[in-house]
Design a protein around this ligand. Sequence first.
Ligand SMILES: [Zn+2]
Length: 307
Amino acid sequence: MRALVLLASVAALLLSGEASLASGRGKILWPKPIQLFQGELAEISVVGADLAAVAGVLGKERIGFYANGTAKFSAIVGADVDAKPATSKLRLRASTHAGMEARAEVPFTVKLKSFRQESFKVAPGFDQMTPENLEEIRREQAAFARVFAAPETDRLWEAPFLRPVPHEESASSFGRRRVINGTPRAPHSGLDLSAPAGTEVIATNHGKVVLAGNFFFAGGSVVVDHGGSLFTMYFHLSELRVGEGSLVRKGDVLGLSGATGRVTGAHLHWGARLANARIDPLELIKKISSHRPPAPQSEPPAIETEK
Ligand SMILES: [Zn+2]
């Protein structure tokens, strides 16, 4: 009698195909609704014993998921510093080893954050540019747009992320709003870290150097592509120690801090961009530092020598 019941349930499992997604081994746990303040990020996971892959889309952006231990796929999502407070949908699609597919829509809400604001007046014409300046600015914008348009798809980073310099945040915090002569300007899209000129600036994680050069506003600049649509940026450097195309490991020296570009003094401007959202780079340290390396199905993670 007992054996018959067992046989019957095995047969049911074999036959149940699609229904098994809803219960038992095929069950999928989706992320809860996501709420982020402007400039914040969150790590989200999709869990299921038989998961083979997960894909996500937020607005027009592809969200890259990676295997995170067994039976779990994770991704990081962020809200742009200037995103409109609203609720949109994160569309998810999961496939299982058994060849089934499931979809879900997770509400993604951006909340307004009260960033520090500063208003000041300057003499008319004070910040007007010469044609040469404007040409340099156009070149700068084009160079950055080019690298952001072609991100590495495979994730190269591994938690935790490191601070690029040991120093603390200076007065110019992330997200600060500026109003000049009554006109709102672009918000400050990075974090300024105080760093005496000549301080070694290290890569906050593994990645590929996709931009290394000198620019009008950003000065000596390095942009690292960490894969999965995550970039970090290091501006106002006095000296670059890497070139475009270099592969860097977490902790490698990218250059020396300085006061190049449009600045009032030596500091490091550290920026982060995740799926085209300008996020507070400190979020990388705060939110995903406890994250475990992916399951050892491809190759064992390299041993870090942190500085
Ligand atoms: Zn800055």
